[in-house]
Design a protein around this ligand. Structure first.
Ligand SMILES: [Zn+2]
Length: 149
């Protein structure tokens, strides 16, 4: 298992923690929050990997905006009041033949890819959704997208 230290052996900061695929964000010496790309200097020359104070995972709550590139970073467990991908809306008749686990999972994965979701994100959804029973699948799915039915 990969450790959570700031630098990997190449001197680059990790973007994701494995296992789990959770995204790391970094805090700069002046208290700004930046994504791994910015932390690695891809879009800014103001930080070096060595000047960063700490790495953390944004577990829950509204998105955080990277102060380097203005990209919105969604929290891993989302805003409690809103799904992770609120723009995805699926209407599935859960009590009908389309309500089986494989169909629901397939539809959500398809929608995530259509939404240009990264493979690591899709894998994370599949991992969480298939960890337990059918109720868990629906619970996880509702945390990721707007599921009607
Ligand atoms: Zn950034």
């Amino acid at each position: 298992m990969r450790s959570n230290r700031l630098n990997d052996c190449m001197g680059n900061l990790d973007q994701y923690v494995f296992p789990g695929g959770y995204e790391l964000l970094y805090v700069t010496p002046n208290g700004e929050i930046v994504c791994a790309d910015c932390a690695n200097g891809a879009r800014s020359s103001e930080w070096t990997p060595h000047s960063l104070v700490r790495a953390f995972i944004h577990w829950e709550g509204p998105p955080i905006t990277c102060q380097g590139c203005d990209t919105e970073k969604r929290s891993e467990y989302g805003d409690p009041d809103e799904p992770r991908y609120p723009e995805i809306r699926l209407d599935i008749d859960l009590s009908g033949p389309d309500g089986n686990a494989h169909f629901v999972l397939g539809k959500v994965v398809e929608a995530l890819y259509r939404c240009e979701c990264k493979p690591v994100e899709v894998d994370k959804y599949i991992g969480e959704a298939t960890r337990d029973d059918y109720d868990n699948l629906l619970r996880v799915t509702r945390r990721w997208i707007n599921l009607d039915g």
